[in-house]
Design a protein around this ligand. Structure first.
Ligand SMILES: [Zn+2]
Ligand SMILES: [Zn+2]
Length: 178
């Protein structure tokens, strides 16, 4: 499928039809093009997806997310700002999260496992070498729904306007496709 590059839908030149991905609770739109990056948890190929027009990679099996580090903070801040949901007290992380040792899906070095400093109580896996973050399913919504006065402050505004106000249009295609 070929993307029409407006962040909302794909146009498939072969079957000449449009494809509108639906958004998950975490705000993830799955586009489904298979990447050459494997899930660090279950090793199936990650597929293309986006969150508020930022490209990420997604595992359709465990529903984890691979995000470029410079964009991660922007995603959390933005999703909190547009979140209509009620605050949800942070959940404690599961004990196995601390012991798990993932290999970075792009360079195969060991990833660092540490507590995220921002909202929520989440253990994240990062690779400083590649500048990527791995989020297990539910971790993003844990961060987005953690209590704070910044939540919902941009509710009702158009996504594009917001990105422009922040001084940057959402970057695209940050994952290299070899
Ligand atoms: Zn997976
Ligand atoms: Zn790496």
């Amino acid at each position: 499928m070929k993307s029409v590059q407006n962040g909302e839908h794909f146009f498939c030149a072969y079957c000449r039809s449009y494809f509108f991905p639906t958004e998950s609770d975490d705000g993830v739109k799955v586009w489904g093009a298979v990447s050459n990056v494997a899930c660090p948890v279950d090793k199936v190929p990650l597929v293309t997806a986006s969150i508020s027009k930022i490209d990420v990679l997604h595992c359709t099996t465990c529903r984890g997310l691979l995000i470029k580090q410079p964009l991660f903070r922007a995603i959390v801040e933005y999703r909190r700002a547009i979140s209509p949901a009620l605050d949800r007290p942070p959940r404690p992380w599961k004990p196995h999260d601390e012991k798990r040792q993932l290999q970075c899906p792009t360079c195969e070095r060991s990833m660092d496992n540490h507590l995220y400093y921002g909202p929520g109580t989440v253990m994240i896996d990062t690779c400083a070498h590649c500048g990527v973050i791995w989020l297990d399913h539910g971790e993003l919504s844990n961060m987005v729904n953690a209590p704070g006065r910044d939540r919902g402050r941009l509710l009702g505004d158009a996504e594009d306007t917001l990105w422009e106000e922040q001084g940057a249009l959402p970057p695209r295609n940050l994952f290299m496709r070899h």
